[in-house]
Design a binder for this molecule. Structure first.
Ligand SMILES: [Zn+2]
Length: 143
């Protein structure tokens, strides 16, 4: 954890206008004053500093806490841009893009099959050969 005290405050403490003390819960995630303050401002506005602090304390793993900060910061930024849907609008747009691209891929695969393989010859069966018996060999394990 970053030791503060005497140095520049973390972005969160700068935004909150308070002294950044050693062991500040926000310091590891909002180290740069400018960018950290901007990200923290969005989180503060959307979720509230107290709720965010409680959430960080409830996550035991440092890596998971970092992932949570990234996720919450992303959601807060998205909520500021789109107060109704937040990041769900991004997810929905990406899902539509995936569906569109899957359709294009299926179309292109179909076209490739048409162009890459010669058309199959039509087999005209005489009336006597319309009934066909197919014999499937039984599986014999090798010895
Ligand atoms: Zn701080």
């Amino acid at each position: 954890m970053a030791a503060r005290g005497g140095g520049a405050p973390c972005g969160a403490c700068k935004f909150l206008g308070r002294k950044c003390v050693e062991g500040c819960v926000f310091a590891p995630y909002f180290q740069t004053e400018e960018l950290g303050a901007a990200h923290f401002a969005a989180i503060h506005k959307i979720f509230g500093t107290s709720n965010f602090s409680k959430l960080l304390h409830s996550i035991p793993s440092d890596q998971e806490r970092f992932d949570a900060v990234v996720s919450i910061s992303y959601e807060a930024q998205a909520r500021l841009q789109d107060p109704v849907y937040g990041c769900v609008s991004h997810i929905s747009a990406l899902q539509q893009q995936v569906a569109h691209l899957q359709g294009e891929l299926a179309f292109i695969r179909g076209r490739m099959t048409t162009f890459c393989f010669p058309p199959m010859k039509r087999v005209h069966l005489s009336p006597s050969t319309r009934t066909t018996t197919i014999t499937i060999p039984s599986f014999q394990p090798s010895k």
